[in-house]
Design a protein around this ligand. Sequence first.
Ligand code: HEM
Length: 413
Amino acid sequence: MSETLTGGVDEAASDVPGYPMTRSARCPLAPPPQALALNAAKPLSRVRIWDGSTPWLITGYETIRALFTDSRASVDDRLPGYPHWNEGMLATVHKRPRSVFTSDADEHTRFRRMLSKPFTFRRVEGLRPAVQKIADDHIDAILAGPQPADLVSALALPVPSLVISQLLGVPYSDAEFFQEQAHKGMGRYATAEASAEGAVALARYIAKLVRAKMEAPDEDLVSDLGERVKADELSVREAAQLATGVLIAGHETTANMLSLAIVALLEHPDQLALLRDTDDQKAIATAVEELMRYLSIIQTGQRRVAVEDIDIAGEVIRAGEGIILDIPPANWDTKQFADADQLDLKRQDNAHVGFGYGRHQCVGQQLARMELQIVLHTLLRRIPTLQLAIPMQQLPFKHDALAYGLYELPVTW
Ligand code: HEM
């Protein structure tokens, strides 16, 4: 196979499958069948993306973990060969300041340290009573309202949005604005214009907030970042870029995970009963880990580019070639997980990669886990007769977004 050093463009190979791959309409909760079939043959293969280049798609569990921790696989999206998500991300690459998502090594450590404080296990556990109250209030409103109710707009989206707004210090009254801007730039096929428009509007909004918090600081992450700007550790643009990343990553992902988890549980009544009928925090936590593995919502691959040759799983990824770390098939890899296609809320030793792995592993994972544990358990307890208002196959799944989820989730009880 002929390859160039700038992303592995290979016009000759017409048999290279296209990426991203789509989940099946019949089994919409399972990873794309094509990705599972590729992984059954070998843990990495070439795929063709939107710009015609043919980066490596990593589907095997062992191989994905090895590359998540390999410093030769860079997240620097300015490097030639980096497999961009879409035209929009490519077009804005030199306009965006560096961030935790796009920096390697020491630069990454510097950014990451600035974000970690509010998301440590101890800090997050302290938020439990507040999150419980937010969840209860939303469920009260659902019970008092008409049927069918849409659980995306009534529960799955507002709960994580409220929590992340409070942590960051972003007024929740602006939630509709930031949800809309985030959504514009997050489409799988977002154009240059849509990405730029969403990113610029959000960055401006957050930069204004950073400046306001520098004048009147509060107990929140934007104020912390503002303090660092005052201490000349960070520019206002960098602070805004970091906060915007957390804002987007902190509500969209958890919201998608919540709505899909509700569907998965309703489709598996025996498993739903296990979660509903326990008060054991450890059992609830184990159940949430399995939902993370089973649903693997990050569906368009974490992107890397090789900065040196990497000899792995019988292939050589050459310097300058793109790498896509595809989490859903890795989390269903039968070499790692027995009965990987089964939802088993009691599964032990569940070292899934739903939050990634290695130095870029999710900053907000403790927060996401805590929100999922509280919201799912409370919902099942308080609305035990919950059911889908339409058949699962007819639900509007987000096949077109970077994170899989649902646009609407109509339910009755
Ligand atoms: C169920 C919900 C979530 C899922 C599935 C998820 C998934 C992930 C994954 C797979 C990565 C690794 C990216 C990579 O290696 O390229 C990541 C990174 C990240 N996540 Fe999450 N996430 C979730 C919730 C959150 C929340 C609630 C926050 C913030 C409060 C957050 C903030 C971040 C940040 C800042 C990073 C970048 C870390 C770095 O590059 O060092 N995420 N997330």
